[in-house]
Design a protein around this ligand. Structure first.
Ligand code: 3PG
Length: 201
């Protein structure tokens, strides 16, 4: 799967923080049942890597690692079966390792210089991060002018009431956000949010 194909599976990629009390299978099942299949498990908790391999067993789920900061974390994610990689920014070291891995890779960018460094490496699909505080939708529109071939997954500060406006931008293939799953949510709550998110496109 290419990064572009990954971005077109579901309109919203849930940014998941899996804590010690979370039930990764329940979360993945509720999201997939609701039509949200691409699941980004952030490497921000000790439970994250195990959750990747656990969630991968849920039929229909496409599970990847987020908040990947360096090649070691990328390798650890691959070892657990991560099917894609998301990072908050782009470094030469991580970029090379991600390209060598063959996995779809969405590195974070927030400026024209970031995008040009990605293009130099052969990348043209990016997370736009942090989306709201990096200039919001007007920044994406301005960046899309010189970089017509580039597509973004804006993430950071997007909420259910602004999601549709982001998805309406030509340069936006999907968006990311943590609002779909919060600590303590049950299956029905996550399912309802997933259905609403899946209906956005
Ligand atoms: C991320 O890492 O992508 C952000 O933490 C998600 O941002 P949000 O919590 O504002 O959705």
């Amino acid at each position: 799967m290419t990064a572009d194909e990954l971005m077109r599976v579901s309109p919203v990629i849930p940014v998941l923080v899996i804590g010690p009390d979370a039930d990764p299978v329940m979360i993945a099942e509720a999201l997939v049942e609701g039509g949200i299949r691409v699941l980004e498990v952030t490497l921000r908790t000790p439970q994250a890597l195990a959750a990747i391999s656990t969630m991968r067993r849920v039929s229909g789920a496409i599970v990847g690692a987020g908040t990947v900061l360096d090649p070691n974390q990328l390798q650890a994610s691959r070892d657990e079966g991560a099917e894609f990689i998301v990072s908050p920014g782009l470094t030469e070291r991580l970029g090379r390792a991600a390209i060598d891995s063959g996995l779809p890779f969405l590195p974070g960018v927030a400026s024209a210089g970031d995008i040009m460094r990605g293009l130099d490496m052969g990348l043209d699909r990016f997370k736009f991060f942090p989306a709201e505080s990096s200039g919001g939708r007007s920044a994406v529109k301005a960046l899309a002018a010189p970089f017509g071939q580039v597509r973004f997954c804006p993430t950071g500060g997007i909420r259910p009431d602004t999601a549709a406006e982001w998805l309406a931008l030509d340069a936006v293939s999907c968006i990311g956000g943590s609002w779909l799953v919060q600590p303590g949510d049950d299956h029905a709550t996550i399912l309802g949010r997933a259905r609403a998110a899946a209906a956005l496109r």
